[in-house]
Ligand binder design. Sequence first.
Ligand SMILES: C[S@@+](CC[C@H](N)C(=O)[O-])C[C@H]1O[C@@H](n2cnc3c(N)ncnc32)[C@H](O)[C@@H]1O
Length: 185
Amino acid sequence: MSDEDARRWDARHGAVDAVGPLPPDALRGRLDLLPSGGLALDVACGRGAVSRWLAERGFVVDAVDVSPVALATVAEVEGVRAVRADLDLGLPPVCAGPYDVVVCQRFRDPALYPTFVERLAPGGLLVVTVLSEVDDEPGPFRAPAGELEGAFAGLDVLLQREVDGEAHIVARAVRADPASSARAP
Ligand SMILES: C[S@@+](CC[C@H](N)C(=O)[O-])C[C@H]1O[C@@H](n2cnc3c(N)ncnc32)[C@H](O)[C@@H]1O
């Protein structure tokens, strides 16, 4: 990310009060899908509404963003580790996981999708919301129809919708089959 873009995000975060705690949008009405606790990753966390919500539910949260202004609020929350990183360079190595929950909301970088899957623990939950071209204009920040479903086809997709300019997916990493490892020599 350019210095100018980073400054723009800082200014934007500095101009609004912290909000939340709030559940991830994709999980609204399906909070039963959330594991009971563990390690969580909030990608491009902003001012940390979702990180705070996860921490309140007992998760230990790695909250990643490029903006120090945004992270200053998140860093005060007990149970949250604020990680400053430019995600254009990928997820930072300190966020190795494995994570019981990975949330990425309103930040779209398809190059990161395989990394989200790699960092999930077996049975871990992926929760993604991005801007979508469905019911809206095409644009560089919007996912074309079917992007999330295609990217996460290897997971067990629990919930998927594309409507009104947003795409959501909730999917679970497939657990290893104990029977197949029992058969291994
Ligand atoms: C629209 S906000 C979404 C914040 C939060 N996930 C939410 O749902 O409220 C996008 C976030 O991505 C962060 N961001 C943008 N580009 C980034 C990059 N290259 N690396 C890390 N964070 C980035 C911004 O600082 C901002 O907090």
